[in-house]
Design a binder for this molecule. Sequence first.
Ligand code: FE
Length: 205
Amino acid sequence: MTERFNYPPNREALSAARAKALETLLIKKGVITAETVDKVLGFFETKMGPFNGAKLVARAWVDPAFKVRLIADTPAAIAELDFPEGMAGAEGEYMKAVANAPGVHNLVICTLCSCYPWPVLGLPPYWYKDPSFRARAAREPRKILGEFGLALGAATEIKVWDSSAQIRWFVIPERPAGTEHMTEEQLAGLVTPESMMGVAVANAA
Ligand code: FE
């Protein structure tokens, strides 16, 4: 098959340079200050990030009733836990969780752009926004997952969820075997952002 998207190898550096130039111009024109971007980035590094999602998944693993609520009405279940202010804003509107189960694996993408539940996963990684990943994940998810190192048997159904401004999906991975003795906090440590995007599973450390 012809590669539909052919990028120069330095595309990430080019994007970074473009973002830097745009920031510099916005500061120069007085639209934002020198601290604005750092402040936003800092917020999503310390307050809103994958550690929030990991906390939700670990709770779902130890509390089946919470898991049911998390899937049925995700924002309401999130509001039950003690999270910082802002979980429902800045890309946190309309978050929805789906759970992996034996024989069912979920993968989250955004075919249009990069819709992503920032409050529970943080800022999306570069590859999530890559048009090649977005197109191929919709077309050949099993192959893409294989490239991420996740070989799923043919019997496992793969469900691909397309995030949008209306719904931003995240995955509740399966609880790894042999973790019965672990505390909720220890369990949260096993939950990676990749496992909540569906390009990986949660593994016992
Ligand atoms: Fe999007």
